[in-house]
Every structure is written in structure tokens, then in C-alpha cells.
Design a protein around this ligand. Structure first.
Ligand SMILES: [Zn+2]
Length: 242
């Protein structure tokens, strides 16, 4: 249920009637959504927020040609662990976003943003070592520009084995989300991605991800955290910042 609200400029903007947020997660590859914000997604679901996840690339053509692999099935199983039901797979070729006109991707993202009208957007960090992450970030900056009136915050997430492998290492988080109650859920969701997990001490090992969440959390005296770098926050409709 949603109702129309009038903002200070006399333009209508939808907010959910019960105060629940609409959340849009935009990830390049299957598993990035879990690595970056799986624990936070589970917190949103637990709070009754509406979460839509977009996975832009199909994620298997380059690495797993000829191998038995069901990344789409893994994605849906991971979503089930997190409690999300709205997962959009755009099926661009893995590691080939540099081979398409970026406007093609922007148009698709714009259509989703205008349909979902998210309050919060979680996305890849544009300084990651992965080229798809970098290009997707540029596209989503256009698709989520301030003309989209519902958006209150856009937050880049930390993607294990991509964000910290870039140079210069420019990801500087300034939001720590306490995921101590949903870390197990995040790890169970990641375990669904059988071809994406690695043996410890790789950053994408389950134990490595557990340590990573605890190390991030300890920075802010929490048991475990996911961290975010806010890209844009807008406080609207005469409300004070929270
Ligand atoms: Zn990725």
C-alpha cells in the first residue's frame, strides 16, 4: 500500500503508508549483492521494507563456458535466504559492459528506477578493480540522478575481492550497518553461490567474509558490520536529517 504525499514543491511523491522503505539494490554480477549488502538486505526485509534486486550481468559466460553451472538458480536460492522475491536479471554478458553503449544500460536502469521509485539505492563502488562494476556505477549515477524525487540516499558497498584489489584504494566508508543479527543469513546466501565461493583465506571464502564483517564491525564497536560510502543523500519534504 502506498499513498500520495505532496512535497514542498507541490509535486507528488509516493511514500509507503506504513513508513516502510522501497530499497533498490543494483549489482553487476550474481553474488555482488550478497557480498556488498546481503546482511543489510536481510535487515530491510526484517523491517518490512520492499527490496528489489537488479543483477546486470549473467556472470557465467566468460568463466564457466562448458562447465555445469546454474548461477540463475544460485541467485534465486540466495535471494530466498535473504527473504527477497523481486529479483531482476538483465542478462548482459559477463565482463563485457565495455562492449555495449552505456546508454543502453542507462535506459534499462532508468525504467526500473522509475517503476520502483526507491528511497534507498545500494550499488557497486565505481573505484572497484572490476570494469563492469566501474561502468555500472557510471550508468546508475545517471539513472538515479536528483530528478528522481523519491531517492533519499545512494550508497556504494564494499565487494570482497574487487573493492580492496583496486588501486588506488579509494573506498572510504562512512556508514557502518550492524549486521551481527543477519551475518549468518548473509553467509548462508553466499554459500548458495557454489562457483563463486573460494577456499580460505581468499576474501570470498565464507570464513574470510565472516572475519571481514567482524573487522568492519569492530571499527565501530559492533560485532559485525557492512560498510557503505554514501554517494548522495537528499533530505526532502521539510524533514530534519536523521
Ligand atoms: Zn562483480
Amino acid at each position: 500500500m502506498a499513498m500520495e504525499m505532496i512535497n514542498g514543491h507541490g509535486q507528488s511523491s509516493q511514500i509507503s503508508q506504513n513508513g516502510h522503505k522501497r530499497v533498490l539494490v543494483i549489482a553487476a554480477h550474481p553474488d555482488d549483492e550478497v557480498l556488498g549488502c546481503g546482511g543489510t538486505i536481510a535487515l530491510h526485509v526484517r523491517s518490512g521494507d520492499q527490496v528489489t534486486t537488479v543483477i546486470v550481468c549473467e556472470g557465467e559466460s566468460l568463466r564457466y563456458t562448458g562447465m555445469a553451472c546454474d548461477l540463475t538458480g544460485d541467485t534465486m536460492r540466495a535471494a530466498e535466504q535473504l527473504g527477497t522475491h523481486d529479483v531482476r536479471l538483465l542478462q548482459y554478458r559477463d565482463q563485457r559492459l565495455d562492449a555495449i553503449p552505456l546508454t543502453d544500460l542507462i535506459v534499462k536502469l532508468e525504467a526500473i528506477v522509475r517503476e520502483v521509485r526507491p528511497h534507498l539505492v545500494y550499488c557497486q563502488y565505481g573505484g572497484d578493480v572490476n570494469r563492469d562494476h566501474e561502468l555500472l556505477f557510471k550508468a546508475l549515477l545517471v539513472a538515479t540522478r536528483p530528478t528522481e524525487e523519491a531517492i533519499e540516499g545512494i550508497y556504494s558497498f564494499d565487494t570482497a575481492s574487487s573493492t580492496e584489489w583496486a588501486y588506488p584504494r579509494s573506498f572510504v566508508p562512512d556508514m557502518w550497518v550492524d549486521i551481527s543479527e543477519t551475518l549468518d543469513t548473509k553467509l548462508k546466501a553466499m554459500a548458495c553461490y557454489r562457483t563463486e565461493t573460494r577456499a580460505y583465506p581468499h576474501p570470498r571464502s565464507l570464513q574470510g567474509l565472516d572475519y571481514r564483517a567482524r573487522a568492519w564491525g569492530n571499527q565501530s564497536c559492533l560485532e559485525a558490520a557492512e560498510v557503505f560510502m554514501p554517494i548522495r543523500r537528499v533530505v526532502r519534504q521539510g524533514h530534519p536529517p536523521q
